[in-house]
Design a binder for this molecule. Structure first.
Ligand SMILES: [Zn+2]
Length: 274
């Protein structure tokens, strides 16, 4: 289907999407099954798989907004998987214990990848590979008095020992010498950019699709489209997304006979090796 290769945003194409024929629906169904196998062992695979299924179901039923929400969730979870696998398991704990938003509400946020990476540069005077220590430097420096989330913080002494760099930072609240760094929570778009920083692979496409989908969800919604057109619109985004996600995860469809047997990134944390 030529339509699937078009690069315009979903918004531009919304009125001339071709209707999906049954064979195409089966093809997408098969792609989902293949993807389930590829994702085995990847952190957050279950979330991604459930989003693929709900996206498919909603697209079949003609609910574009809900189907595209599943697509957006796949992008967010895949980026989060890469980020957490490369950095600090405490982020998993923050999700599990539903503390993530508490820190967000207190202002511990990374709004863009450049903001996070910029903070590392500011604290150390250089750029560092992102790992379980350097990730703290993307967070907030605090003094002993203003340390509120000890569990999600690391002392500057410990960071200096492990990273072998000198760290200069002032408390976010009182501007006195900082003693700790508290983790900050990346926003979804920051996560996509950080996935690029970690893997060294471009996320330009993923970012573009993400922005497009977000516009479909808000403000437009599109609740009055023909079911079969909805399926095609959703499927185009979905197939692009899984191809980008597989590239980020180093997952290659074995039926295509590539020698790459990657699957390294996402497995890390789930197997408890970090
Ligand atoms: Zn302070």
């Amino acid at each position: 289907m030529k339509f699937l290769e078009r690069k315009e945003g979903t918004l531009q194409l919304i009125n001339n999407a071709p209707k999906a024929y049954p064979g195409f629906k089966n093809y997408v169904r098969k792609k989902i099954e293949e993807e389930e196998k590829l994702l085995e062992g990847v952190l957050f695979a279950d979330d991604i798989i459930s989003a693929m299924h709900s996206g498919y179901k909603n697209a079949l039923a003609g609910y574009l907004r809900s189907a595209e929400e599943s697509n957006r969730f796949i992008i967010e979870r895949a980026s989060l998987s890469i980020f957490v696998s490369a950095t600090e398991e405490k982020y998993l704990e923050l999700l599990r214990e539903r503390q993530w938003h508490v820190l967000v509400d207190e202002g511990y946020i990374i709004r863009a990848a450049s903001e996070g990476i910029g903070r590392i540069k500011k604290a150390t005077g250089r750029t560092l590979k992102l790992n379980k220590y350097s990730v703290y430097l993307m967070g907030a420096p605090v003094c002993r008095k203003h340390l509120k989330f000890q569990k999600y913080s690391m002392s500057i002494d410990e960071l200096e020992d492990n990273l072998r760099v000198r760290i200069y930072a002032k408390c976010k609240f009182c501007h006195r010498q900082a003693d700790y760094f508290t983790l900050a929570m990346p926003k979804a778009s920051a996560l996509i950019g950080l996935a690029e920083y970690i893997t060294g692979k471009s996320t330009t496409n993923l970012m573009r699709i993400y922005a497009n989908i977000s516009r479909v969800i808000h403000p437009y919604g599109f609740t009055d489209l023909d079911k079969d057109k909805v399926f095609t619109l959703w499927a185009r985004d979905f197939l692009n997304i899984i191809s980008e996600v597989n590239n980020l995860f180093n997952l290659v469809d074995s039926s295509r006979g590539s020698s790459n047997n990657g699957k390294l990134t996402g497995k890390f944390v789930k197997n408890g090796e970090s």
